[in-house]
Write a protein that binds this ligand. Structure first.
Ligand code: PLP
Length: 424
């Protein structure tokens, strides 16, 4: 389907055929959902053996009774797993509660109100506070900024990560910019893995940025590979050490999409100075994390290689769903310009760009035909995609047959909206 060279008659004929196809789909009264970026029940069941794994033994290797208060850093056994996921030294890892989003919100609140490096470093002391947001990105990151009244400045994503020419210029010129959101591996939603050069350039930002600038490095999908030979993400910790900018990056991850999404363990890795600054405030919020859950996780992943083997089981479940999405997109749009997408090798999402001005219409058409899609614009700060092009596809929860059915509808909706736009 080549819209640019098609005659008016050809376009009108396509519109008629697609509209009939669309009506036939509507008549089926489907009820499908591609919005939920969460694990399926089948994936959650992979971790059921954690239940009862402690079998009455609540002590850690160093004799700590996990049932009691205390231990702001988390237990040593789980810090080691956090260090493996975040490729950071274990002494720089803090293990918290069940949510990395909570840790990120706490870290940002501490940086904003109290400062990670003494009271003078608090962002709230300055009249304007800005944050760089690579787009499309994760809506909950943007919501944290919005909650704290931090002004968001968008930066385009490329196939190698954020456009670093733009980032470097902004960060050097405007010291009201206090940080940047990053999902460096299988980025939400574009699936991009930051290149080694991008990692190095991000580590170097601390040399030109404001002294209280902090990159929020949310490595939520660090071990969520689908391919047997995944692309490796360079260690930001090592890159910062080499650049002498250890204080400029805070790293986060969790086991939410490894074990139980509502009952995992969250991690933060940071320089000793940042951890000390953060813990000064954290100590007012809690006496310590849920160490029993931390110990359950540590026991579940005690055997060397068990984390990788576990992630391979997730991959086996997710892969056919990703394959279905990608094959539908390739077949429908592989040889035309009706849409663009990245074929992610991991993570939870596939990001699709329609022709400009059509994302909202496609989401509406699909919704009316019984296929729920994430609202257009959700992947941009303030829900505003200036191109109205990006749609996030989340295929993990439906069955493979449901993904297949939903993608047939999606493709029809994209074609119909595109043809109607060309005719208008
Ligand atoms: N970060 C990213 C990039 C995510 O996509 C998600 C969930 O979708 C989260 C964080 C949430 O993590 P947690 O469950 O640890 O709060």
């Amino acid at each position: 389907m080549e819209l640019n060279s098609a005659s008016k008659e050809q376009l009108a004929q396509w519109e008629q055929d697609l509209a009939a196809e669309y009506q036939a789909i509507k008549a089926k009264q489907l009820n499908l959902d591609l919005t939920r970026g969460k694990p399926s029940s089948e994936q959650l069941s992979l971790s059921d053996a954690m239940d009862g794994i402690l079998n009455g033994d609540y002590k850690t290797a160093d004799g700590t009774d996990t049932r009691n208060y205390g231990g702001l850093d988390g237990i040593a056994e789980i810090q080691a797993i956090g260090a493996e996921i975040l490729t950071a030294p274990v002494e720089n890892v803090l293990a918290g509660g069940n949510s990395s989003l909570t840790l990120m919100h706490q870290a940002m609140s501490v940086a904003y109100f109290f400062g990670l490096n003494g009271a003078d470093s608090a962002w709230s002391k300055e009249s304007t506070v800005k944050f760089l947001c690579p787009v499309p990105g994760y809506d909950r990151h943007f919501a944290v900024c919005e909650h704290l009244g931090i002004e968001m400045v968008t930066v385009p994503m490329t196939a190698n990560g954020p456009d670093m020419d733009v980032v470097e210029k902004l960060v050097a010129e405007d010291h009201a910019i206090k940080g940047m959101w990053c999902v460096p591996k299988y980025s939400n939603p574009t699936g991009v893995v930051y290149s080694d050069e991008t990692v190095q350039r991000i580590a170097a930002l601390g040399k030109v940025a404001a002294a209280n600038f902090r990159v929020f490095w949310d490595n939520a999908y660090g071990v969520h590979d689908l391919s047997a030979e995944p692309v490796a993400l360079a260690s930001i910790f090592d890159a910062c050490k080499a650049a002498g900018t250890e204080d400029s990056v805070l790293q986060f991850a969790s086991t939410s999409k490894i074990t139980f999404a509502g009952a995992g363990v969250a991690f933060m890795a940071a320089s000793s100075a940042n951890l000390a600054g953060f813990k000064k405030s954290l100590g007012f919020m809690t006496i310590g994390p849920d160490k029993i859950n931390q110990l359950r996780h540590a026991k579940f992943f005690a055997a060397p290689g068990s984390l990788k083997a576990h992630m391979e089981k997730h991959a086996a479940i997710i892969k056919p769903r990703f394959a279905s999405v990608l094959s539908h997109l390739e077949e429908a749009f592989g040889n035309n310009d009706l849409g663009q997408w990245e074929s992610a090798d991991g993570g939870y999402f596939i990001s699709f760009d329609t022709r400009p001005g059509l994302a909202k219409e496609v989401v509406k058409l699909a919704g009316e035909a019984g296929v729920k899609l994430t609202p257009a614009g959700a992947t941009f700060p303030y829900g505003n995609d200036p191109q109205d092009a990006n749609i996030r596809i989340a295929p993990t929860v439906p069955t493979v047959a449901q993904v297949d059915e939903a993608m047939k509808v999606f493709v029809t909706c994209v074609k119909l909206a595109s043809v109607r736009q060309a005719l208008a």
